[in-house]
Design a protein around this ligand. Sequence first.
Ligand code: LLP
Length: 413
Amino acid sequence: MNHFDSRNGALCAEDVPLEKIAHEVGTPTYVYSSATLNRHLSVVRDAFGTVPHVLCYSVKANSTLGVLKLVVKHGSGFDIVSGGELARVLEAGGDPKRIVFSGVGKREDEMVAALRAGILMFNVESAEELALLDRVGRRAKKKAPFSLRVNPDVDPRTHKYIATGLKSSKFGVPFEEAVALYRASRKMKGLQAMGVDCHIGSQLTDAKPFAQALSRVAGLYTTLKAEGFPLTHLDVGGGLGVTYTDEKPPGLAAYSQVVVDSTRHTGATVVLEPGRVIVANAGVLITRVLFNKKTKTKHFLIVDAGMNDLMRPALYEAHHDIVAVKPRRGAKTTVEIVGPVCESTDVLGKARSVPPLVAGDLLAIKTAGAYGMSMASTYNSRPRPAEVLVDGKRWRVIRKREALQDLWRGETP
Ligand code: LLP
C-alpha cells in the first residue's frame, strides 16, 4: 500500500501533485511519502507485537537524513554497515542503543566509533574481524557486544547479485565453524557474546528460505545457550521482498508468523533489519521527457534521469513501473525509456507501453524509494537528484539538488 494516487488525471504524492513539485524543484527528483513510510514502520512493528523485538531499519536502503529522522520519530532503530551510516544515524538523532552494525569489512576506526557511541551490537562476519573487535574492546576497556553472522547455506531464490546466504557467498561465518568461534570468544576479554545473526539475501518473495535459515540459526542459538552463553538477541536480518511487477512476496503477517514460529522457543529478543519493505513503495523518481527518437527498429523515449540516478535497472535488470504523471489521451505505443548516460545499459524501462508523450512531459518511476538515491552517483558528471518529503498537503526539500560546484568539491586542479 502506498500514497501515490491519481487525482483528476494527475499523479499525486499524498495531497501534492507531482507536477507542482517538478515545477518548483526541477527534475530528476525523488519524492517520498511520509504516510507510506510511517505506515510501513507501524505494520512491521505491529506484526511483531506479540514478541520482544527491536526494529532496526536498514540504512543502506535509503540513508537520507529526512528519512532517517522519520524512523527516529517512529521510535525505531537502525542496521548500519559503515562509519558513514553510523554518523548519519547519530546526526538524525538515532538512539545508539538501537543500532546494529553489520558488514564484512568493518575498519578499526569504524569499530572504535561504534563502540564509543554505545551501539546495541556488532554483527561479526569472520574470525579475523572477531579478533580485531576484541582488541578494540580491550583497548577501550569495554566488552564489545557481538553476534556472529552465520551463513546458513540456504538458497534465497532471488537475483544472484543480492543473494547472501549461500555457502559460496562472502557473507557470514560458515555455519559449521560458528560454535568453535563462540567458544574461542570466551577467552577474549574485549568481547561479550549477545546473540546470533543471519541475513540470507534481499527481495525474497518466498517464505521458505527464511524458515529454513531461521530454524538452523535458532538451533545454534539454543545450543549456545545450553553451553552457558548469556545470549539475548536473535537477529533475523532483512530481505522481505516487495512487488515491483507481479511478484507476490509474503505479506508482513505471513512473514512474522514464519519468524515467530521459528524463533519463539528460544525466548530471544528478535532483531529485524528490514530496508526495502519500509521504503521502496514510499518513493518515486520523477523525470522529464527530453526527446522522442525513432530509429528503424526502436522508439526511444529519452528522459532526464539516468542509471546514475537509479542504478537498479542497469545493475540487476530490475523492473520499475513507469507511468505518465498526467497521461494524454491517444493510442499507446511501445518505447524504450532510456537516460542520457553514455552507456548502453542506461535503460530505465524496456519495451514499455505508454500513452503519447512529448518533450517536457513528466514520468514517475515507481517503487524507487529503496536503493535509489542511496546508490546514486555522479557518473557522467551529473549532479545527483533533489529529494522531497511529502506529508499530507505539505512538502519540503530534504536534499537540495547537487550544484555543479559540488561535483568537484575536494578536488585540486
Ligand atoms: N541486513 C543486511 C545485513 C543486509 O545486507 C541487507 C541488505 C539488509 C539487512 C536489508 O535488506 P532488505 O530488507 O532491504 O532486503 N541494492 C540491492 C539490494 C542490496 C541489499 C543489500 N543488503 C537492490 O537494489 O536490490
